[in-house]
Design a protein around this ligand. Structure first.
Ligand SMILES: [Fe+2]
Ligand SMILES: [Fe+2]
Length: 289
């Protein structure tokens, strides 16, 4: 028996800044037609839930309205970014509490035939919040009782870009120290699947028996001049993930008709003027050299 997951990510929803609601509606309608067993949103579910409770509530209501079973884990725009990553919105107890109030627990485990799905809050990794170690304890517990199931790990940021020893990518992946902690708690278990979002880039990569899927965003893409791709593609869409009871799986890129490949540079009211931000970043880089 197959278990079908619609892995969506980076919906960036807000009624106050409703730029990407249309794309979410297109995907919702298309998913309703094929009725996946579960929809999983791997974060940046809201446009600015890190500072605006209303955006979190909007995103929650829009997901409830799908009429489909769903789960989510937070992204940096929902609960703030990793503390070790330079950010004007670091994750903290207050931001995380807002997520818990609206969405409930930010980590979860669900078993389906042949598989264990493990969702974690990747922004909590390496933080000074006491719940960071609680989450790692959950990871240990989840793998110690895995038995013959395959593990599918869901998190917002890619676990790695090239290898599990990757350097720091400045917030574009789980950073080395917290990744090491996470891997230590996974012990001898290598996830068969790692499913993430964050970079608004579609990429699939194999590393030994591990298959990592960078799901494309539902909301918008980024221009190469702002953020070059990391070996994938700047497109919009989502991933249909079919899990089989024998531990095998298939992934399929889905790009429903009507989905618009918005470029974030065309929406300065969302996160600022990207051209000006890029000019500032280039000037800082030049000054440092
Ligand atoms: Fe995002
Ligand atoms: Fe993100």
């Amino acid at each position: 028996m197959s278990f079908v997951i619609a892995h969506i990510t980076d919906t960036h929803l807000s009624h106050g800044k409703p730029f990407f609601l249309d794309n979410f509606a297109v995907v919702t309608a298309q998913m309703r037609a094929f009725q996946p067993d579960l929809v999983i949103n791997t974060g940046d579910i809201s446009l600015n839930g890190a500072d605006d409770l209303a955006d979190l509530r909007d995103a929650k209501a829009l997901h409830d309205d799908m009429g489909l079973p769903w789960r989510a884990i937070p992204g940096n725009h929902d609960v703030g970014d990793n503390q070790e990553t330079a950010s004007r919105q670091p994750t903290n107890a207050e931001r995380r509490a807002r997520w818990l109030e609206v969405f409930g627990q930010d980590w979860w485990v669900q078993d389906v035939p042949g598989w264990r799905l493990l969702g974690i809050n990747s922004l909590l990794l390496g933080s000074d919040l006491p719940e960071a170690s609680e989450q790692l304890a959950l990871v240990s517990a989840a793998v110690s009782s895995l038995e013959t199931r395959q593990l599918a790990l869901f998190l917002h940021k890619p676990l790695f870009h090239g290898t599990l020893d990757d350097a720091d990518f400045g917030g574009h992946a789980v950073n080395p120290a917290p990744r090491e902690q996470l891997l230590a708690h996974l012990g001898a278990v290598t996830p068969r699947l790692v499913c993430c979002g964050h970079l608004h880039e579609y990429r699939e990569q194999a590393l030994g028996t591990l298959h990592q899927v960078w799901a494309p965003a539902i909301s918008f893409t980024l221009s190469d001049w702002f953020l070059p791709t990391h070996g994938g593609e700047h497109i919009v869409g989502y991933i249909k993930l079919t899990l089989e009871a024998d531990g095998s799986f298939e992934t399929e890129l889905v790009q429903p008709e009507g989905l618009v490949a918005h470029d974030l540079a065309d929406f300065p009211e969302a996160y600022g003027d990207l051209r000006a931000i890029k000019a500032r970043m280039d000037a800082q880089k030049d000054a440092a050299e």
